[in-house]
Design a protein. Structure first.
Length: 124
C-alpha cells in the first residue's frame, strides 16, 4: 500500500472511530511516517523498527495544568510499514489503523493500559 492510499485509509479509520472518542481529537494532529526514528525506539525500549505501530506525543488531558502552553496540539504518529505488516491483509489495514488510533487517543485521554485494552476490544 503506497503512502497516498494509506493516508486515505487513515482518514477512513478516523471516520469509523466512535463519536465520543473522535470528538476528543480536536487538538490532536495525526501524522504518518514509514518507521519510528531511533530516538523514539530508544525512548520506549523497542529493539526493532517493526515493533511500534503508533506513538503519542503530548501531555495527556488529565495531566494538564494551568502552566501548560495552551493551543499546542498533541501528536499521534502512525507508522505505515509496521501497520501494513501487522494488518496481514490489505482489507484489514483500516481496522488496524483504527485500533492503533484508539490506543494512542487513549494515551491522550490519560487511560492506563488495562483501560486501553478494554477500549480496543470495544472498537471491534
Amino acid at each position: 500500500m503506497n503512502r497516498d492510499d494509506f493516508e486515505k485509509a487513515v482518514a477512513r479509520a478516523i471516520e469509523e472511530i466512535p463519536d465520543e472518542f473522535r470528538s476528543k481529537m480536536e487538538n490532536v494532529q495525526v501524522v504518518v511516517e514509514d518507521f519510528p526514528d531511533s530516538y523514539t525506539l530508544r525512548s520506549i525500549g523497542a529493539h526493532s523498527k517493526w515493533e511500534l505501530l503508533g506513538f503519542y506525543e503530548g501531555v495527556p488531558v488529565d495531566r494538564r495544568s494551568f502552566f501548560d502552553i495552551p493551543g499546542l496540539p498533541a501528536r499521534i504518529t502512525l507508522f505505515r510499514r509496521p501497520i501494513i505488516r501487522a494488518a496481514a491483509s490489505p482489507w484489514a489495514v483500516v481496522r488496524t489503523i483504527r485500533e492503533v488510533l484508539l490506543h494512542e487517543l487513549g494515551h491522550h485521554l490519560g487511560f492506563e493500559e488495562d483501560a486501553l485494552e478494554e477500549l480496543e476490544g470495544r472498537s471491534e
